[in-house]
Design a protein around this ligand. Structure first.
Ligand code: IMP
Length: 194
């Protein structure tokens, strides 16, 4: 009999799925939303990253019965009182336009001397009736101009602490080794593997 457990990652982002499948190995079979026939847009209505990650994981557990994990990420800028935070994807509007989001951020940071910021990822894991939250953080600062072509989202304007280059000037291996998502994923994997 097979000992492989099934768990849903509440995403259809292929990049995230591939990454996590590589790290988890063959102890778990990771299923996507598509794999379980979930085509709904799960509403992210909470005002915190924790809340949204939990909403997504609970939705799957309650409606499909699978153990599940879900993530939510935000860029938190100190001089903007933590904005764009939970609204990072739709900072400049509901269309989720990364370029417009980045432009608005640079505009709002125009006169700010304090450029400290952090990316924070929260992962909510539901196993049976147990909820576990883990987070991963990378501190850094917002540059004055976009630099680099790699990555996505705010990568061209985020320079991690102790680095001379932005996330968009790094290759994915270097970024993942220090990133918010990489750090949160490491914690998730150690829970799943224990
Ligand atoms: P999500 O929760 O992973 O979908 O992330 C929400 C939003 O945060 C994205 O749409 C991006 O704008 C931003 N974001 C998340 N992770 C990153 C990253 O690694 N680099 C740059 N922007 C990111």
């Amino acid at each position: 009999m097979s000992n492989i457990k099934e768990i849903v990652f509440a995403t259809n982002n292929l990049h995230k799925l591939t990454e996590i499948k590589e790290i988890v190995g063959d102890k778990y079979k990771i299923l996507s939303l598509k794999d379980i026939g979930c085509n709904e847009d799960i509403p992210e209505t909470a005002s915190t990253l924790e809340g949204n990650a939990e909403i997504k994981a609970r939705y799957i557990k309650d409606n499909y019965g699978y153990d599940c994990f879900a993530d939510d990420t935000g860029l938190e800028v100190e001089a903007l009182n933590g904005e764009p935070g939970v609204y990072s994807a739709r900072y400049a509007g509901e269309v989720h336009d990364s370029l417009a989001n980045m432009r608005l951020l640079l505009e709002n940071m125009k006169d700010k001397e304090n450029r400290k910021a952090r990316f924070r990822t929260v992962i909510a894991l539901i196993q049976g009736d147990k909820l576990t939250l883990v987070e991963g953080i990378v501190n850094g600062e917002i540059t004055c101009h976009p630099q680099g072509d790699n990555g996505f989202g705010y990568d061209p304007v985020f320079r991690p602490e102790d680095k001379q280059v932005t996330f968009a000037q790094m290759d994915s291996v270097e970024k993942n080794s220090i990133s918010h998502r990489g750090r949160a994923t490491e914690k998730l994997i150690s829970i799943l593997n224990n």
